[in-house]
Design a protein around this ligand. Structure first.
Ligand SMILES: [Zn+2]
Ligand SMILES: [Zn+2]
Length: 312
């Protein structure tokens, strides 16, 4: 099975603390590694947790609150200083282009590689990136500045041929390649052989939904329903629900409620307020509603479980 994992580089809200840096994660799908958010100090976290800075050619920024992107100019600059020549693409809300240009201009910085900055502003779910390994959909969240969630979906694996069909139908190598991609083929006598006769069902692709920062919003369900793993912020506990809604954040219970409504397999909580010295209260509140809840901890890697469902 293709590797599909999340490594946490930062899981704290607003300010870095000892043990919890500001938001940043690595999403690894089949060794294609994407950086999601880039809070202050992310390049140190990349080193601390044995990631390779130059592995990131694609970076997604959820919003322009500082705890989600203040590490980006430094990281882009270090990539240059360490000899990067490969291009980098950044997806982020409107404003990032001007911010980066000003920072590099005023600081006299120069990048020796091609940097493409794509400003995003989707009204609803919109595919913003796709390659042979994955597809990434951006969607709006509910926060005090324009903020977007990201749904990472692995590309479906090739179909497996049923035993003996190759010889039975006299399929060529080209036929077999097409069948594995899901096409029907023509037999020697010109009749069409349906793909379902030739292949076994395959596991449904897995998906990871990242929602940080956001207030509780049932609109998210349009995109996150059925995700294998949901990562959502849980800045506060239940007793601070009115503060959470004032600042457009979620409580742990609200995050769990969304996970239950969305029918996801696992819930990963992140973006914890620095006021919580341990996470027991937040985890208890969430697990009472959605038992398969885990806390994001800096340096830990979470692997998505396989999908039980099969389809063609
Ligand atoms: Zn934040
Ligand atoms: Zn924010």
């Amino acid at each position: 099975m293709t590797e599909f994992s999340i490594t946490i580089l930062g899981s704290g809200a607003a300010t870095p603390t000892l043990g919890r840096h500001c938001s940043a994660q690595v999403v690894n799908i089949g060794c294609f590694k994407m950086l999601v958010d880039c809070g202050e100090g992310t390049q140190n976290q990349i080193r601390a947790f044995h990631q390779k800075m130059q592995a990131f050619s694609t970076i997604f920024i959820s919003h322009l609150h500082g705890d989600h992107w203040f590490g980006l100019p430094g990281l882009l600059s270090s990539m240059h200083l360490c000899g990067r020549t490969e291009p980098v693409t950044v997806f982020a809300p409107k404003g990032i282009k001007e911010l980066l240009e000003r920072i590099f201009e005023v600081s006299g910085s120069h990048l020796g590689y091609e940097l493409t900055v794509n400003e995003i502003a989707p009204d609803g779910p919109e595919v913003i990136f796709e390659n042979g390994k994955c597809k990434v959909t951006a969607f709006p969240l509910l926060h005090s500045v324009p903020t977007y969630g990201f749904l990472f979906e692995e590309q479906p694996p090739l179909l497996n041929l049923r035993k003996d069909v190759r010889a039975h139908y006299g399929l060529s190598d080209t036929d077999c390649r097409r069948v594995k991609l899901g096409y029907d083929v023509e037999g020697a006598d010109g009749t069409v052989i349906p793909n379902a006769l030739l292949t076994k069902p395959r596991k449904l692709p897995r998906s990871y939904a990242y929602c940080c920062d956001t207030a509780y919003s049932e609109q998210l369900l349009d995109t996150i329903t059925g995700a294998t793993m949901l990562c959502i912020e849980s800045t506060f506990d239940k007793s601070l629900e009115s503060l959470a809604s004032l600042r457009q954040h979620c409580t742990a219970a609200q995050a769990a409620q969304l996970a239950r409504q969305a029918g996801v397999k696992q819930l990963l909580l992140t973006h914890f307020s620095a006021r919580y010295k341990d996470l027991d209260l937040l985890l208890d509140e969430a697990r009472a509603i959605f038992p398969d809840t885990f806390p994001a901890n800096d340096g830990e890697t979470y692997t998505l479980p396989p999908n039980d469902q099969e389809a063609r």
